[in-house]
Design a protein around this ligand. Structure first.
Ligand SMILES: [Zn+2]
Length: 431
């Protein structure tokens, strides 16, 4: 029996873990598969270890979807020993906007999250990253290398007013990701000033995407990327090439965790989008979109994946293909709009001759300081082209929506039951 242990990455107790793993494999009929420990297995085991350590040691105390300044201020106050925390301005409604600076290295990376107030998953991931840097038990050497190689500045909440009201837009109703040219809003000016002053080598524009995206194979897209264009013909400039190469590398690592669940956004040029404006200025820019993971409407799994993506991007882990070419970016499947939150198939409804399918979408509503997911009837008909995150088959029974026979498109749904058997086909706990 020969074990070839790839020592590209040395992480504390990793080798012990690997030997344990090989030992366990020995006890099973599959042991012959693990005679040689090669790079794919090594990275697979390494990524399992990250997942194991994450919830105990790296995850910060933020949770859920409703994240605003009051949640992050205590975490910022606790980070002053390892990071430079600054108030870099105030929002249109006078709320403070903060920046966090980690490291003193030559490679300068600028990130911002919650430019759209209701997109908090990447904010949670950035604070996980801060928490990871702060702990002193694991990856100590890798962290010290990161702090020496990089200066990483991030704005955790660029739109604190929208974060408070849980809206995409800021208090003036402006989508800040359409204000890169006009720079009409204070938040846009704050970002622009920081961009000009810091002169980053790369920008990370961090967002959440809706639950509607999937691949042509019917897989949920949990994380998406885009290397935005710099002109209407979508020329692959040097800046775009660099962004594409980083995305391809990070994607090759994410495939270990969520195979087939990474997507790519369409690259139609819009000079008013901040990422496009960065690429125009010759700075590689990566759009991060945190999406849906099956059953995870609070996006706790997705935040972990974004955290892992950051570790990979900064070479703290090297699970992906290091020398990957930028063209591999185009192998990432383009996002399709082909998912509904819920589809109840094959039911009879009054007014419809043949059996139909009912699609339900969750509406995110801020209620008593929490985000509630209100199910609303979205569409009724032949939904064969669509996938549902939750699906049920009505077996051609007569369906009652909220105990009535009407169609009720746009109606909030409490329950869908079979009229004859009284079987519940859907209730709001089905996610
Ligand atoms: Zn967004």
């Amino acid at each position: 029996m020969v074990y070839i242990i790839n020592t590209n990455n040395i992480w504390g107790d990793f080798q012990v873990y690997l030997i344990d793993f090989v030992y366990l494999c020995h006890q099973s009929p599959l042991h012959f598969m693990f005679t040689i420990v090669n790079k794919p297995l090594f990275t697979f085991v390494g990524s399992m270890k990250i997942q194991e350590l994450y919830s105990k040691h790296f995850k910060c105390e933020l949770s859920g979807r409703y994240i605003h300044n009051e949640h992050i201020i205590p975490l910022l106050e606790n980070a002053t020993k390892i990071a430079k925390i600054e108030q870099i301005g105030s929002s249109e409604n006078g709320l403070p906007i903060y920046s966090v600076t980690l490291g003193t290295g030559k490679k300068k990376i600028l990130a911002w999250s919650q430019m759209h107030g209701n997109e908090s998953t990447t904010t949670k991931a950035l604070f996980d990253f801060l928490h990871f840097i702060k702990q002193k038990k694991f990856y100590v050497q890798d962290i010290s290398k990161f702090l020496g190689d990089y200066t990483f500045v991030f704005i955790p909440i660029l739109n604190p007013d929208g974060a408070f009201t849980y809206t995409r837009e800021n208090i003036s109703g402006v989508d800040l990701n359409r204000d890169a040219l006009d720079l009409q809003q204070k938040e846009s000016m704050i970002l622009r000033n920081l961009f000009e002053e810091f002169e980053p080598d790369m920008c990370l524009n961090m967002h959440d995407q809706r639950t509607i995206y999937g691949t042509t194979e019917g897989k949920t897209v949990t994380v998406s990327f885009l290397a935005p264009a710099a002109d209407p013909t979508r020329t692959i400039t040097e800046a775009r090439k660099a962004a594409m190469q980083h995305i391809a590398r990070v994607n090759s690592a994410l495939q270990l965790l969520i195979p087939g669940q990474v997507g790519r956004y369409d690259d139609t040029f819009n000079a008013n989008c901040v990422g496009d404006a960065c690429t125009m200025a010759g700075v590689p820019s990566i759009l991060f979109e945190a999406g849906h993971f099956p059953g995870d409407y609070q996006r706790e799994k997705t935040r972990e994946l974004i955290f892992c993506a950051l570790l990979e991007l900064f070479h703290i882990t090297n699970f992906g293909t290091i020398d990957i070419g930028y063209k591999e970016y185009f192998q990432i499947p383009e996002n399709q709009v082909n998912f509904k939150d819920v589809i109840i198939r094959n039911v009879r409804l009054s007014g419809h001759e043949n059996p139909v399918s009912i699609a339900v979408q969750y509406q995110e509503v801020l209620r008593n300081g929490k985000i509630c997911f209100d199910p609303v009837v979205d569409s009724i008909g032949d939904l064969d082209e669509w996938y549902g995150h939750y699906e049920n088959d009505g077996n051609k029974g007569f369906a009652l929506l909220n105990y009535h026979e009407k169609e009720g498109i746009g109606e909030k749904i409490v329950t869908i039951v079979d009229e004859i058997t009284q079987n519940t086909l859907f209730n709001s706990a089905n996610k």
